[in-house]
Design a protein around this ligand. Sequence first.
Ligand code: 5AD
Ligand code: FES
Length: 351
Amino acid sequence: MQKELIEKLFLTGNLTDEELKQLIENRTDEDFALLSKTARQRCGEEYGNKVYMRGLIEFSSYCKNDCLYCGLRRSNKNAERYRLSAEEIMNCCENGYKLGFRTFVLQGGEDNYYSDDLFCEIISAIKEKFPDAAVTLSLGERSYDSFKRLFEAGADRYLLRHETADSEHYGKLHPKELSLENRMNCLNQLKEIGYQTGCGFMVGSPFQTADCIVKDLRFIKDFQPQMVGIGPFIPHKDTPFKEEKAGTLELTLFLLSIIRLLLPKVLLPSTTALGTINPTGREQGIKAGANVVMPNLSPVGVRKKYSLYDNKICTGEEAAECLECLRRRVKAAGGELVAHRGDSKIAINNK
Ligand code: 5AD
Ligand code: FES
């Protein structure tokens, strides 16, 4: 029966909610072996064995929000806070460009220090200096006008994980001033403006049920994002969820494969969180159908301070400096690390 579901998913790119739930709840190792092989094949049909690399620049650890799972939440008084200047961000890009990166991902907490004007200045400077590179933003929720201005300044892509597509679950992970409705509005606006848009969620976050995951997958299928970021939830010691269990490698890999089959053309990273819960997590992610890696390009001195969860890998060979190590790891997983921009093949509005 499970085998038939996997075949149907492969042939039609879809399953009903009930079928998805069944596939997830009754999964076995044998199912995963078939599912991941199928997902890898589908990924190969779209992208060959290419794995795209993105340089991640974590520019600010200040955050005005208070998400219960996140180590950067404003009420974490133990968090070490830092901000990178425009010049420091440019230095990261220069360093990354020399290493071969052609996508820069600017990610930070929601930090009002960075005005639209400042972001526009930074984005235009990057695009002017490196016209063949893509700029991806991961700045959290902003106004429509702000999203539009940043797009007009040259930003190409925007990552905004929806975190969970179940509003009740959303309420348990976030303070009351944040809502799923606003998150979804932002995602729709990003898409409408013309960004290559990414959504995503944490696997095994507290209170997550199989029904929540089915809603996440349904949302992803309907929204048709160009990118999807998923990784296991990992507790952070200075958050209300410090005693909660981490999400598993096994379920994350299973879901990566399902997402690849639901959206064959999606750009799907094998995330740092996956590499944190297991030393070969990112390689296993690639084998399960992921095709993007995002090594850290932030200045070495601040990497430990960008602490979303405990024990985040950040100074060893997963970081951008050791691209040879990364290339070897990707190769061991059957992939070929490629330098170019690697745009999505999913149609984008306005472009
Ligand atoms: N464990 C795993 N992922 C986390 N994120 C934030 N906190 C954690 C955590 N404790 C993820 C969120 C966010 C992204 C930047 O990092 O999904 O969108
Ligand atoms: Fe910063 Fe959630 S704690 S956006």
